[in-house]
Design a protein. Structure first.
Length: 317
């Protein structure tokens, strides 16, 4: 586990260094945007739900490639309950984007989950920060180029699998979740899926953990006007939600669920009336760190690798 932990930390450090955030502490690098009034139509998730979906995003998610995931026998898999069953994986070798789909027939729910930065390609895409139009969905907003490439690399698979589920489960809610890069991909995937005629009548929900800033201010206001249930969770001083220098380009969307102290599950809900609430995780600047990115609500990205370390090392390639 030390080898896996060290490799992940090294890759995160390389990403931060390339962006210039591992230079001697420069408070100006974390000058967060001035909060701007916003109208939140996004329905407020419960803290209990935010804790539950962390089992997908930081637990089962990092078993990708292991039979523990496809057989649904991993520790986090079992904690999700007996009514949840594995349906399919999602993967693109060029981008390293990985995810999976599950069904919960008791909750009448389809869950789509995307893994965070893990494979080498992911960290290259993290650095492709040029904002580009969200082509085919809303070209008036701009989003992170690398994360849009991630979405486009996996979307045909996702759409085909969701369409296959439409016949037998036409009324199931679709829940998108993810961690880190996977949280950004989950956001874009939800928006693109929702824009398609076949899925417009669906109910959606969204749970993201350690999500980096993804789009411009227009994007944030557009997403805030949506009508799904959402929680954007930030673990105390996790650096990743703050790594892109907050210029006029990048602004967080949605309601922030801030885990407000180290080693605690105590959660403060912020940002219902403004973007970039200065009283929550933005208040910690510039004292952010990498380690808090690896664990949310007691679920670590190392939980599944500990069960199948050989697969975990293969996935790092």
């Amino acid at each position: 586990m030390d080898t896996i932990r060290e490799t992940l930390q090294q890759r995160l450090s390389a990403t931060l260094d390339a962006i210039g955030l591992l230079d001697p502490v420069d408070a100006a690098a974390f000058n967060n945007p001035v909060p701007v009034s916003t109208t939140q139509s996004l329905a407020l998730a419960t803290i209990a739900d935010a804790q539950y979906y962390a089992l997908y995003a930081l637990g089962a998610n990092y078993c990708y490639g292991s039979p523990l995931l496809t057989n649904w026998t991993c520790g986090p898999c079992r904690k999700l309950g007996p009514s949840v069953r594995f349906y399919s994986t999602l993967y693109n070798a060029s981008t390293g984007v990985a995810g999976f789909i599950t069904l919960d027939e008791e909750a009448e729910e389809i869950a789509v989950t995307f893994r965070g930065s893990y494979a080498a390609q992911n960290f290259v895409l993290d650095l492709m920060t040029t904002p580009v139009p969200f082509v085919g969905v809303n070209e008036d907003v701009r989003v992170h180029q690398g994360y849009l490439l991630c979405l486009n690399s996996i979307y045909d698979q996702l759409r085909a699998k969701l369409q296959a589920l439409n016949t037998d489960h036409p009324d199931y809610r679709i829940v998108f979740s993810g961690h880190s890069l996977g949280a950004a991909v989950a956001t874009l995937a939800l928006l693109k899926t929702r824009s398609e005629a076949a899925f417009r009548a669906r109910t959606f929900a969204h749970f993201s953990y350690g999500e980096p800033r993804l789009g411009d201010h227009t994007f944030a206001q557009w997403v805030n006007a949506m009508n799904w249930t959402a929680a954007r969770v930030v673990n105390y001083d996790d650096v990743v939600p703050h790594i892109f220098p907050p210029t006029d380009v990048y602004t967080h969307f949605g309601t922030e669920f801030w885990i407000e102290s180290l080693g605690s599950n105590a959660t403060r809900i912020c940002g219902r009336s403004t973007t970039e609430d200065s009283t929550c995780s933005n208040s910690v600047a510039p004292l952010y760190n990498i380690l808090e990115h690896l664990s949310y609500y007691g679920n670590s990205v190392l939980d599944c690798p500990a069960e199948d370390p050989v697969n975990a090392l293969l996935q790092l390639a």
